[in-house]
Design a protein around this ligand. Sequence first.
Ligand code: FRU
Length: 505
Amino acid sequence: MKEKSLIMLFAIAFIALSCKDNSKSDVVNKKEKYRPNFHFTPKANWMNDPNGMVYYNDTYHLFYQYYPDSTVWGPMHWGHAKSKDLLHWEHRPIALYPDSLGDIFSGSAVIDKTNTSGFGKDAMVAMFTYHDMDGEKEGKINFQTQGIAYSLDEGETWTKYKGNPVIGNPGIKDFRDPKVFWNEEKENWQMALVAKDKVIFYGSDDLKSWNKLSEFKFNDDPPLGVWECPDLFKLPVQGTDEEKWVLIISHGGNSSPNGGSGTRYFVGEYDGVTFTTNQQESQWIDYGTDNYAGVTYNNEPNNERIFIGWMSNWDYAITTPTKTWRSAMTLPRKLSLERINDKYILKSTIIDGFDSLLSNMDIENSDKYPFEFESEKLQHSVISFEVKINDKLEIELSNELGDTYLISYDPVDGIFFTDRTNSGIVDFNKKFLMTPQQKILIGKKEKLKIELVLDASSIEIFLNEGEFVMTNQIFPKKDYHRFVIKKTDGLVIDNFKIQSVKSTL
Ligand code: FRU
């Protein structure tokens, strides 16, 4: 009898434990090929832009463009996840569903601390674009309008505002992606919205009625692809007491320096009404092909500018070789501004907390270390070092199947270069194959600080503490495990470190 009840007890405990496991429906399948270990991915199906990035009550919220019925883009919803550290994410139910006004395109979220909207104190208010698919099909041009919704339970459930849309369409086909923020100086809500090939700024006292403040356009010759996903914020210039405003814009079409869609920035002044810049040429937040539609957190508690981008490119995003889910976000990056050679440069570095996932690795299998070594953990690691360069630098990451990703820098022409021609699966899309070699003109440097962050299907490269960034998707047929610095003549390597990254799945 005693034995039976013991077995019963064990059985109940076992069932309770398994139920607990099952209830963790946010757990994703770790073994799935190309599923990153420490980058955000949707549990299943299609994801694009990060949306509604806002911090509230010790929690970072990440909403995102989501199509729950397929692994390719479709009628857009806002997916939702939350995190205490921007690294470990908990998947939450879908936040916003399409309604009679349209699908839910990109946008932002704020915390209405003083209840300006009347939705409730501390309401989380999202502003997004309604995309009326029928209107688009009928050939209309006014099918994008702006709507709002609010949540009184930290983003779990949402109510759409009855007075939607809060901004109608003025006869502009591409009219979308509102980024709302609280302007401390003006003490009102402000918003940047893209309209074809310009940004329109708006102001509001209650998040419901908006008035146009100004427009910003840049003389691009030739014009870049459609303007998308703007962001506007102020940053101190490091080492000075100067402050500048930064305007971020993503561009579709074949706009970015290495092909396909990409994100650039302008540094200038904003007086609460008008944005101006002296910048003469485009500057890019990332020179790789796989960082798009990125924006920054509202209400960040440490007053930092934390940026997350969609780690893909419209050129080939819907065909990447993953099965049950598609697309990942970049690692969260801290933005800072520095004046270098008379230019304001927006630097991106990985958030400090990322260090908590890292552990130093001892490599014992090579007497040529750090110039040559192998490690089974290479595909989920961070490699960092400083290098003094007299001659060309060439680095190869590879596996036993011969898949190879190349990185090089030639001080003669000042070009930093990556090549994913033979990096693994590359033939899933012609356009992926069309941009195998990616370049950044970084100029002649005698010394370079390099940081490589590798996850299952990506490599993020940070040069000189984020002065230049290159983000690439890669699909090696097997994990890379071999690291080689090919030419060693004239190279001095300092502070070489390889660290493995703990999985956050
Ligand atoms: C950018 C974008 C946005 C739009 C959304 C639709 O990637 O095209 O302009 O709101 O994606 O999913």
